[in-house]
Design a protein around this ligand. Structure first.
Ligand code: HEM
Length: 128
């Protein structure tokens, strides 16, 4: 399996998790006081996790399709592909963790950085 296909499969699987996370939030979302109310940090982290599941899945699918191009160098596929999966897995999971254990928010820069590096590598590979 070429590395791009892994990003595409991961993206669609992770998107399902994103829908399930929205459905889960939807069961209690109208509760004025649920987890401290709509504006509470806990609810905000959980909403961020829900959106991150979906948005980063779309980005992985696009990334995987881009890696299918023969012009993309091998180093992009072998380094960028796993970084994008690590980033897309790590951001929403760290958000969920931060919702309940606030100090774990300090893990967020790790997957965010992985996404930045993975995308930067792709950009460099496309240009040069
Ligand atoms: C099965 C599909 C989905 C369900 C059941 C769902 C459900 C929800 C629920 C219940 C909330 C509110 C959570 C809260 O009150 O704390 C929410 C927020 C949100 N959802 Fe989804 N969602 C779904 C798909 C999507 C998709 C596809 C996107 C983006 C492309 C998306 C983007 C957002 C955003 C941006 C928010 C935050 C809105 C705000 O803060 O005003 N959702 N979703």
């Amino acid at each position: 399996m070429i590395s791009g296909e892994i990003n595409i499969i991961f993206g669609w699987v992770w998107m399902c998790i994103g829908f399930v996370s929205g459905m889960t939030l939807g069961m209690w979302a109208e509760g004025e006081k649920w987890l401290g109310g709509y504006a509470s940090i806990t609810r905000r982290y959980l909403r961020l996790a829900h959106v991150a599941f979906i948005a980063l899945s779309v980005i992985n699918i696009l990334y995987g399709k881009e890696l299918g191009s023969p012009d993309i160098p091998t180093y992009v596929k072998s380094i960028g592909s796993p970084l994008m999966i690590f980033g897309a897995a790590g951001v929403p999971l760290a958000c969920i963790s931060a919702a309940f254990f606030r100090k774990t928010k300090y893990f967020l820069p790790l997957p965010a950085l992985a996404l930045l590096i993975g995308t930067a590598i792709l950009v460099i590979g496309m240009i040069f």
